[in-house]
Design a protein around this ligand. Sequence first.
Ligand code: ADP
Ligand code: MG
Length: 634
Amino acid sequence: MALLQISEPGMSTAPHQHRLAVGIDLGTTNSLVATVRSGSPEVLSDENGRSLLPSIVRYLPNGHANIGYKAHAHRTTDPKNTIVSVKRFMGRGLKDIAHVENLPYDFVDGGREGGHGMVQIRTVAGVKSPVEVSAQILATLRQRAEDSLGDELVGAVITVPAYFDDAQRQATKDAAQLAGLNVLRLLSEPTAAAIAYGLDHAKEGVYAVYDLGGGTFDISILKLSKGVFEVLSTGGDSALGGDDFDQRLFCYITEQAKLAPLSEEDTATLMVKARQAKELLSTNDETTVEAILKSGEIVQVTVSAETFTEITKHLVVKTMNAIRKAMRDANVSVEDVDGVVMVGGATRMPQVRRAVSEFFKTIPHANIDPDRVVALGAAIQANLLAGNRAPGDDWLLLDVTPLSLGIETMGGLVEKIIPRNSTIPVARAQEFTTFKDGQTAMAIHVVQGERELVSDSRSLARFELRGIPPMAAGAARIRVTYQVDADGLLSVSAREARSGVEASITVKPSYGLGDDEIARMLQESYTSAQGDMQMRALREEQVEAERILLATQSALGEDKDLLSGEEQGAIAKLMDDVREAVARSNDQSQDTGARQDVLHNAVQALARGTEEFAARRMDKSVRKALAGKSLDQV
Ligand code: ADP
Ligand code: MG
C-alpha cells in the first residue's frame, strides 16, 4: 500500500499539488491573464509571445468570432460587427450609454427583447449581449492559461473598476461563468495594483491609484489598515484616456501636413500612425510620422516630445482636477497620501508621470509595467485564494468579519474565536475540555458579537458533540474549529482527539444582520465594556468555584482516609464557605466587584486548605505506581 504524505499544518502542499489559479484584468482596451509560478507572478503570453489581448471581438457570418489582434484589424473595415470597449456596456441599459449616436453598433434595447435591461448588439452572428462578448475574451484568456500551464484552472480572480456597481459586477461574474471560469473573487483594479506593489504588506496608510487606460481615467483613494484595503473614494473620467492623446496628435499632424478632410480609411491609417508616434514619444525626444495616403498624398511630420506635451497639456490638467475632487471626497490632503501607484499603458507618457509627481510631491510607484500591474496583483490574490499559501504569507484579503465569532463557555461567557475585523477567509481553532468527570457530550453554542456574556450576544447556532469517551474532568481534548470562507459562510466543527468523534455545522453569520444592527451591537459593546469585564471576572470566579468544589468532593470520595477527622471537618467548612459565597455572588443588589472579591477569597481559602491533602494523595499515587519496582527500574 502506498504511503500518503500529509503536509505539516501551515505548510504549503507539495509542488505537484499547486492549484492553478489565474488573475485576469478584463480591460476596456486590453485584457491580460497572469498566474503565480514558483512564487512570483507573471503574465502569460499567446503563441506569438504577446501578453496583451485587445478587448475586441469581431462576429462573422458563420457564427464564429475573431478575438483580439485578429479582430483589431477589422475595426475600420467591419465596424458594425467588431465590438470594441464592450466593458462600457456591461450591466448597462441603452439609456446609460454615453454618445450612443457616435457608436457604429446596431443596439437592441435589452429592456424590450428580454435582455433583463442590459443593452444588446445585433451582429451578423445574431444578437449579442455584452456578457457574451466579454465571455469570448475571457474564454480566450482561459484557453491561453490552460495551454501554457498544461492543466485545468481551479479558478480566477477577475478585476473590475472600483466604481462598478452590483449590475456591472454581476455581469462580469456571468461572463466568467459563461467562459467556464470559476470566479474566486472579483477584485477592484486599484486594489489589485496596490497588491502587486506589495503595499498590503506596508504599514497602514493612504494610497492613490492613478489609472490612465485607453479610453478611461480612474483615480482611487485607498486606505490600508490591518491588511485590508478600503476604497475611500473613486473618481475620474470615463471618456478620457490614451485615445484622446492619439486624437490630439492626429489633429496636429493633419494641421501640419495641411491635409484636406480625409476618407474613413485614411483617417484610420493615420490614427494608427498617431498612436505609434505617441507611444514612441514616451521614450524618444522626437519622432517622424510618415504615411502614404490613399489619396496619393505623402505625409511626413516630425513631432517633438515637447510639442506633444504642449498639445496634450489640457488632457493632463483634466486628470489633475479629477484627483482634487477624489481627494476632497475622501477627505484627505496631499500630505496624508503615503504612496501613489501608476496603472494603465497611458501612464508611460513622461508628462503624465511628471504631473502626478508634482501634484503629490512624491515619486509614484511605476517600476512594474503599468499595463500588467493589475493582472499581476489579481494573480497574487488568486494564488492565495486557491490555497497555495507559502509559509509566512498573510491572508491579505479584502473582506472582514463585521463582528467577532465566539463560543459559549461555562458560566454563560463568550470565548471569542475569530475576532471582529478578521480578514476572510479565516480559520481558527481552540481546544476545550470537559468540565465534569465522565462527561460524554458537549453542547456547542456559536455566538456573534463583542459582548462578554452570551445573553448579550447574538446566537447563531447550537449543536452537540456526542460520544466522548468517559474520562476525568479536564482530560478530554476537544478541538473546535471556526472557518469563514470567502463568501462569509461560517462552518464550525468540533472533534475529540482521542476517540475522533466529530460534529459540525454551517451557518451564515451575516444572514439577516443589517449594517444598522452591526453598528448597534458594536456601540453596545463599547458602552458596556467596563461592566462586561467585571461580569466576566465574576462568572469566571463562579466557574472556578464549581470546579474546585467538584474536584474536592471527588478527592474526598476516593481518599478520605488520608485525612484525620479534624482535617475533614476543616475542609468541609471551607467548602461550605465557598458554596455560600457562590449563592451570595448571584445577589444582584450587591456590587459586581465586591461579590467577586468575596467569592475569590473563599475559593483561595479552599485551595490553600486542600494543599496538604493534595500532596498526600500525590505521595500515595506515586507509591502505588512504584510498588514492587526497584528505584533503577523507574
Ligand atoms: P485599459 O485599461 O483601458 O484596457 P491599457 O492600460 O491597456 O488600457 O492602456 C492602453 C493605452 O495605453 C492605449 O491608449 C495605449 O496607446 C497606451 N500606451 C501603451 N503603451 C504606451 C506608451 N509606451 N506610451 C504611451 N501610451 C502607451
Ligand atoms: Mg486597465
